[in-house]
Design a protein around this ligand. Sequence first.
Ligand SMILES: Nc1ncnc2c1ncn2[C@@H]1O[C@H](COP(=O)(O)OP(=O)(O)OP(=O)(O)O)[C@@H](O)[C@H]1O
Ligand SMILES: O=C(O)[C@H](O)COP(=O)(O)O
Length: 396
Amino acid sequence: MRTIDELGDVRGKRVLVRSDLNVPLADGVIGDDGRIRASVPTINELAEKGARVIVCAHLGRPKGKPQPEFSLKPVAARLGELLGREVRFADDTVGESAKATAEALADGEVALLENLRFNAGETSKDDAERGAFADALAGLAELYVGDGFGAVHRKHASVYDVPQRLPHAAGGLVAAEVEVLKQLTEDPKRPYAVVLGGAKVSDKLGVIANLLGKVDRLLIGGGMAYTFLKAQGHEVGNSLLQEDQLDQVSGFLKEAEQRGVELVLPVDVLAATEFAADAPHEAVDATAIPADREGLDIGPRTRELFASKLADAATVFWNGPMGVFEFDAFSGGTRAVAEALIAAGAFTVVGGGDSAAAVRKLGLPEDGFSHISTGGGASLEYLEGKTLPGLAALED
Ligand SMILES: Nc1ncnc2c1ncn2[C@@H]1O[C@H](COP(=O)(O)OP(=O)(O)OP(=O)(O)O)[C@@H](O)[C@H]1O
Ligand SMILES: O=C(O)[C@H](O)COP(=O)(O)O
């Protein structure tokens, strides 16, 4: 992938930068600005080189038409604060406002376009519809920089089609993320452990299938652990369960054994009476979850077990919280895993929007990890060994 330096002199040129500014937002208030902060260096680098920077990004899934609650306007304000320079906001994507804003930019100035997903062409599966939107976006600029790592797994107009229409380069964030993920896939130092959690097994089936051939230890916690416990024949009460994945998960259990991969499941869980922040709960054996209870976090013995499996690891990738960390009473397992990673002194990579947000919410030091990825789905699909459209387009 070409670097920004290889684009030549950018002074006076209009550069379209695709960032991932998809942050949690409620009533106009940004919950976690990690992705905005991660996007700042590339935008600043271009502005300092005298480029006229047009940033574009998506927020949420507004389904192809403007929806005020998904406006990027609050993000423009935060981006401006973090950049320490004014960010002009265009209130459409390729319409009159976008064109006028792009034309009015002086050297070193920055603008942000409205949410790309307000236009159906951005996410369309129809090549012609996506292409038409990409033509219009590309028409705003002379150069393209792909820096939205969190969205590179999407075959969307701004990610995949625009770089085929403009001279392009990878921004520093995309380059750094790929460098780290390469270290995980090409020749990881061993023992190599992966910790998976979060809610949906189905999202992570592909990555588990691929990792079984590569890792020494696979630790499974969070909501997805219950489908594994059930596949082993245990009752899981009202815990999260993906019945339709049981066969595949049973297959993983067998395959792990055949390959000599240590697959580590919770030995105890915090079983609660209901899904609520103040739900009464107690630690119970993972093999004896009462029928009327649901597991909302890994228990104390599991925390110790997981920490012991991570203590001597040389490489660790972690995706997905160990429990419902949004509720304080069920955040202890996630904290314990994060602290074990910080203590391990290994090459540690955190991937996944929720895991990264959990690290910050729990007040843990971000520099305690080797890398915190801005990509959830993107980092998982990279580890699955899939071709990511947004990276392939930059390589051309
Ligand atoms: N035992 C559990 N029961 C129910 N929900 C759980 C449990 N453990 C974790 N969760 C929930 O899983 C959610 C995160 O799952 P997800 O798979 O989306 O994680 P992620 O991969 O880190 O994030 P992202 O998909 O945003 O990148 C959290 O909201 C958390 O509350
Ligand atoms: O949050 C993410 O993982 C990225 O911003 C991509 O968003 P999406 O899953 O809505 O495409």
